[in-house]
Design a protein around this ligand. Sequence first.
Ligand code: B12
Length: 313
Amino acid sequence: MGDEGLSAGAAARRLGVAVTTLRTWHQRYGLGPSVHEPGHHRRYTVEDMVRLQVMQRLTAQGVAPAEAAAWACRSPAVLPSADSPAVPSSVGDPVSMDGPAGGGQTIALGGRADPAARGLARAAMRLDGPAMRHILESTVTGRGVTFAWERVMMPVLIGIGERYEATERFVEVEHLLSRSITEALSIVPRPSRELTPRVLLAAADEEQHTLPLEALAAALAEGGVPSRLLGARVPPRALLDAVDRTGPTVVVLWSQVPATGDVIQLDRLLALPRPPLVIGAAGPGWPAASLPPPVTRLTGLTGAVHVVKAACA
Ligand code: B12
């Protein structure tokens, strides 16, 4: 969705309801578009769409329209949280993928997913980059990186991963979603260039998954901690050279899939003449039981931020 908002027809298509239903919700319950420029039709903003999604979800669950509308109107104007008392949670609630790209497919979002995740999942399936960017950037700016990652980005990524596993389709959705997440995380202002980064973030050898590291870099930046992010598929030699040249206090190495979680990479870091104070093995690809003892296993964004900040303090 661009800044100008959606027309009634586009909003109805996105939600998968008839335009007449939207008119009824507007006239009877006040759930109308909030942008009105003289001489133009009213437009639905992203906040209006969030309210409409709450309305749609609750009525689909059998809640009476008047009551559903009361919940929807009470939901905060800026992307509400699923655990907010204003919005009943939607455990395992599947998002129907309406529109040409979706073909009636559904994606299951976990119980911790924020309503914004539903909008993101729909936009992703429609390959609607601007809408994804809008939702992602509003969430990152309004709710912070950790909330945006854990409650909006992660549920949709995991859901699309499950769809891929079940169907071997939607790679194009996964790619555009990944790209949009990368872009949204990069809007977080980086700390002053005068601060020397003491944190090195890298994906393991042949590891193509980098988004969790990008989220970590953005969350650290939000807390004033600069980092160097080497990105995907860092060969062991390149990692050792980078450590040698920059002398980081903390190195976080990400492995998403077991094929890239070879602990030799960690052993080599430990064997350096001046090893980093903290070496974090992050991601589900590492064999938890056979990590070298000095290595710290990192299992979540919040914990990783704490460990890195404590090491740099
Ligand atoms: C986006 C994506 C891609 C993108 C990555 C783009 C990018 N810039 O990162 C691309 C298209 C490159 C890609 C490629 C591949 N992918 Co992929 N991909 C994903 C997807 C959808 C999200 C990845 C992600 O960011 N995960 C992070 C979060 C969202 O998920 P999570 O890891 O489950 O989260 C847990 C932990 O990691 C932790 N956590 C979460 N966030 C953070 C943050 C920090 C800092 C820490 C410490 C912990 C932490 O908490 C969670 C609960 O335990 C996943 C689905 C999934 N469930 O992850 C598949 C998935 C990981 N991919 C998969 C596969 C098979 C592949 C490919 C092999 C496909 C292929 N045939 O080529 C390749 C290449 C693999 C390689 N060698 O690297 C499988 C892996 C299956 C397996 N277990 O081996 C998955 C699970 C999809 C699936 N269900 O089949 N992929």
